[in-house]
Design a protein around this ligand. Structure first.
Ligand code: NI
Length: 139
């Protein structure tokens, strides 16, 4: 269901607004309203994650599969959290390096902990968590 659009006025320092306009022009926004809506959604998504609501994210891991036991530990950890990991993509980058991309869904706090646990395994060179929303509570 589409929400009704409401117009409202915003007061802002001239200098701050000039910086905002320059920024959103650079980012390619068509107008202030669309840029402002995205800013608001960004903060709402952050709030969903902080408060442990069901959210969606992507964990990316770069690791050397030749490190002893690492591949086993990664699989073990993902199976242990099978309720959080909804899909995985594995790319053999070269002889040594693997890129693994996990789509995850669950309470934000648990997803953050899982990302930390995976990232801290010995042999994982880089790991990152990208956070988004299920979209259910995001107009
Ligand atoms: Ni691989």
């Amino acid at each position: 269901m589409m929400s009704r659009l409401v117009r409202f006025g915003v007061s802002m320092e001239e200098e701050l607004l000039a910086r905002f306009d320059a920024l959103i022009r650079e980012l390619g926004y068509a107008n202030r309203s669309e840029a402002l809506r995205d800013l608001v959604r960004e903060r709402l998504v952050q709030k969903e994650w902080r408060e442990g609501e069901e959210v969606v994210g992507v964990i990316i891991l770069l690791y050397d599969h030749r490190k002893r036991e690492l591949s086993d530990e990664l699989v073990e950890l993902q199976h242990h959290h099978h309720h959080l990991v909804i899909a995985t993509l594995h790319v053999h980058l070269d002889e040594a390096n693997c890129l693994e991309i996990l789509a995850v869904r669950g309470p934000g706090t648990e997803l953050q902990r899982l990302a930390e646990n995976l990232r801290s395994l010995k042999g994982v060179k880089h790991g990152q968590l990208a956070a988004t929303s299920t979209g259910k509570r995001l107009p």
